[in-house]
Write a protein that binds this ligand. Sequence first.
Ligand code: PNS
Length: 163
Amino acid sequence: MTQTAIYPGSFDPITNGHVDIVQRTLQVFDQVVIAVAFNANKDSAWFTPDERTEMIRETFAGVAGIEADAFSGLLVEYAMRRGATAIVRGLRAVADFEYEFQMTMMNRHLEPRVETIFMMAGESHFYTSSRLVKEVVSLGGDIAGQVPDCVVSRLTARAETHR
Ligand code: PNS
């Protein structure tokens, strides 16, 4: 039986920290659905859900077992619809813990049949985040190595409109 994991997030944009988590997840699951969460009414993202999904597809072009999708509404309902065995989240340092703990407990309350599991990011990605990458690029800093190559030029171009 195919074991599918949902890897949800804002992915605004995908970073090399996310890529690291996906690669680790692929060692445990047959199929990883990278799911871009969006809120149609309130979304302050730099990139549209379509743009975010497209960057993920480009990043993993040719890699088997990966699907990129976008969803709105409750994550656990999406996970059930997709027949996923688990939700995967990445953990960096201690600061992530409380937020992740709350979400996991709420999701478990909403849908006890979906388990959340955590992957530790590699140490070179402990400080990488989409939020910081956007801040750095909008202040003219170098973000090479922090995001996939196909994301760099899109981020730089989008930063022009967010200065
Ligand atoms: O990358 P992020 O922004 O930390 O991801 C947060 C995300 C998308 C996983 C979370 O906001 C989410 O699950 N959103 C979907 C709506 C939902 O189910 N909310 C209740 C979560 S307890």
